[in-house]
Design a protein around this ligand. Structure first.
Ligand code: PBG
Length: 292
């Protein structure tokens, strides 16, 4: 779910029909609706005002920041709903990258400690699980150490372990205004042509202490989900990303696809490929369909 300061957006996100950037109050009622339908967890993404962004994403560490306040409000109102927070600098970075740039290049060493501090700040606010989506090398280990040193032994890590440099993230970046200002994310996200690298990422993240391993995007990468499921004893998550959701919605709006049938079919196929857990913008709709 997307959250913003103040009231919810009047209009839905144009490339993600049915999704909005909610204010905290509205988000609480939407999350409650999800929980009552049987959705066990929400993943949160904050839309940060441009004025609060800087090259190091300093606002990510603000204990009274938008995300931290949202997590506290959710855990106070709905303690049984699990809250998953995103660890990456892009919503906070004036450069729109997941890490810190140094002379135009991502600086992994400078970035990783910031990500660990960000994860601790989210845990302090009450996050049940932190989800590093940044793809910097070594960040799972640094986050695990950071959480343990701060006493958050029970906060889990869902690693975005196998994350491709994908065009399917476009609507998400529109929703958050987080697109890179220059360059692309190909130096840290994976090459869509490469599947063997996924197995290397799995070994690294397992050794560094990840609790769940994610493959992202979902439907175009079913073979990767299967390969990862076969390679690890850890739970495997698949993320049906914004562009996948947008394709289904756009086709349905044109009368070209039956949305409900295709949503459930695509989720079923992620499951068939080996996903134990699915992140999807269609979670509430799917939960409702599965109940009826
Ligand atoms: C950012 C992040 C992205 C998504 C989740 N976390 C975008 C990106 O890497 O540019 C994409 C989710 C989606 O498209 O639904 N670290």
């Amino acid at each position: 779910m997307f959250v913003q300061e103040g009231e919810s957006s009047e209009t839905p996100i144009s490339s993600m029909p049915g999704q909005s950037r909610y204010g905290i109050q509205k988000l609480l009622s939407k999350a409650e609706e999800a929980l009552l339908l049987g959705v066990p967890a929400v993943a949160l993404f904050p839309a940060i005002n441009e004025a609060a962004k800087d090259p190091r994403g300093t606002e990510a560490l603000n204990e009274n920041g938008l995300l931290q306040r949202t997590v506290r409000a959710l855990k106070a109102r709905l303690p049984e709903l699990s809250v998953i927070t995103d660890v990456a600098l892009d919503p906070y970075s004036s450069d729109g990258h997941d890490g810190v740039l140094d002379k135009g290049q991502i600086d992994n060493e400078l970035t990783v400690p910031l990500l660990a501090s960000m994860a601790v700040s989210q845990a302090q606010a009450g996050a049940d699980m932190v989800a590093p989506s940044d793809m910097m090398d070594g960040r799972v280990l640094a986050i695990r150490r950071g959480l343990d040193e701060a006493g958050y032994f029970n906060v889990g890590i869902c690693s975005y372990c196998v994350k491709y440099a994908s065009g399917f993230y476009g609507p998400f970046r529109d929703a958050l205004g987080s697109a890179p200002k220059s360059g692309d994310k190909k130096t840290y996200q994976m090459d869509p042509a490469n599947v063997r690298e996924a197995l290397r990422e799995v070994r690294l993240d397992e050794a560094e202490g990840a609790d769940w391993l994610m493959v992202k995007p979902g439907l175009p990468y079913l073979d990767v989900i299967r390969a990862v499921r076969d390679a690890t004893p850890l739970p495997v998550a698949a993320y049906q990303v914004s562009g996948e959701y947008a394709m289904l919605k756009a086709a349905a709006q044109n009368g070209w696809l039956d949305y409900n049938q295709c949503l459930l079919e695509s989720l079923l196929c992620l499951r068939r490929a080996g996903a134990d857990i699915i992140f999807t913008y269609g979670a509430v709709e799917a939960a409702r369909l599965l109940r009826s």
